[in-house]
Design a protein around this ligand. Structure first.
Ligand SMILES: CC(C)(COP(=O)(O)OP(=O)(O)OC[C@H]1O[C@@H](n2cnc3c(N)ncnc32)[C@H](O)[C@@H]1OP(=O)(O)O)[C@@H](O)C(=O)NCCC(=O)NCCS
Length: 301
């Protein structure tokens, strides 16, 4: 008999296997799942559901709530149903549990996978066709797409030491971030890119600190980050240069420093997720569009 309950830590290994088996275009390992669950800033086992029957765990859904620009949303962050038990209504039943929670807590919208701060994928890769069918059957509306690019790290040695020296003539100093830069960087994020604060601070916890910064007169004016989300997968970003200092080539240097670090970790490719300025990455890193994700939203009455 099929039953539904909340996730408990003892389920971890089974859930990991289910997710890994179900996401054929991606890989997920123990470290990554721990990050998705336990390192999420709004990890909440009360909205993380298991479906099980005599065969064991056959369905899993992790939801998280976020307050984004004063709007309360629920994100389905991970979802999978064991292949032998698909098309029997399990994912729909899991979704209903999330909808109930959304209604009770006055969250107006549910989205699928594109959860800012910490996410597995920035939407649904349409090659997961059953997931697309599932979303549309359940009245989710397509509200946009997200693009990932990929960099072949063999393209360059990413050495920008000369450029760093040249920028010093304009009083722009670029280096790996240090602990004492944290406050200034968070100040910049608070005013310009608040939604990126979590990822940047995740990268700050790594050794070496996976953040590079540019300073003018000790003020942090630009930054770049890797491993702030999906750590260990060659994940770049976010990065930003304050408007007042754009056009000096700072972004290209900060990007290269991260790509050099990612290459040093042993990766052959770097992923640049959820990209907006496609031409910037194509120009500086010969990055290519590698994946497109569809973003879905459902309004809850
Ligand atoms: C997407 C997924 C979770 C759906 O789980 P499920 O338990 O099979 O979904 P349901 O049985 O609740 O399906 C509900 C409806 O979705 C649609 N649907 C689901 N799978 C479908 C498929 N393979 N083909 C066509 N329609 C499908 C149907 O309309 C279905 O209703 P119906 O069977 O009455 O026609 C499952 O296919 C899965 O685990 N896929 C791999 C992992 C994945 O893609 N995760 C989500 C990434 S965003």
């Amino acid at each position: 008999m099929l039953s539904y309950r909340k996730y408990s830590d003892d389920d971890f290994a089974h859930v990991l296997k289910l997710l890994a088996d179900s996401h054929e275009f991606d890989s997920i390992d123990e470290a990554l799942l721990k990050e998705k669950l336990y390192l999420d800033p709004e990890w909440n086992p009360d909205i993380c559901f298991i479906a099980e029957n005599e065969a064991g765990i056959v369905g899993f859904l992790q939801a998280v709530k976020r307050n984004i620009k004063e709007e309360k949303l629920v994100y389905i962050k991970l979802l999978a149903v064991e292949s032998n038990f698909r098309r029997t209504g399990i994912a729909t039943a899991l979704l209903h549990l999330v909808e109930e929670e959304a209604r009770e807590t006055h969250c107006k919208k549910i989205r699928i996978y594109d959860a800012p701060l910490n996410y597995f994928m920035p939407g649904v890769d349409p090659r997961y066709t059953p997931a697309i069918c599932f979303a549309e059957k359940n009245n989710f509306k397509r509200v946009g797409e997200a693009i990932n690019m990929e960099v072949d790290l063999a393209y360059s040695d990413w050495d920008v030491s000369q450029k760093i020296e040249n920028l010093q003539d304009d009083n722009i100093y670029i280096s790996r971030a240090e602990e004492l830069d944290k406050e200034g960087l968070n100040r910049l994020l608070d005013t310009e890119w608040e939604l990126w604060k979590f990822e940047v601070n995740m990268a700050y916890m790594l050794d070496p600190i996976a953040v590079h910064v540019a300073k003018v007169k000790d003020e942090i004016v630009a930054f770049s980050v890797y491993d702030g989300n999906n750590a260990g997968t060659g994940w770049f970003g976010p990065m930003g240069t304050h408007e007042k200092i754009r056009g000096y080539g700072i972004g290209g240097v900060l990007l290269a420093l991260c790509l050099k670090d990612i290459k040093k970790q042993g990766h052959r490719k770097a992923i640049i997720p959820w990209v907006d300025p496609i031409a910037f990455y194509a120009n500086y890193a010969d990055a290519k569009i590698s994946r497109i994700f569809w973003r879905y939203e459902k309004e809850i009455n």
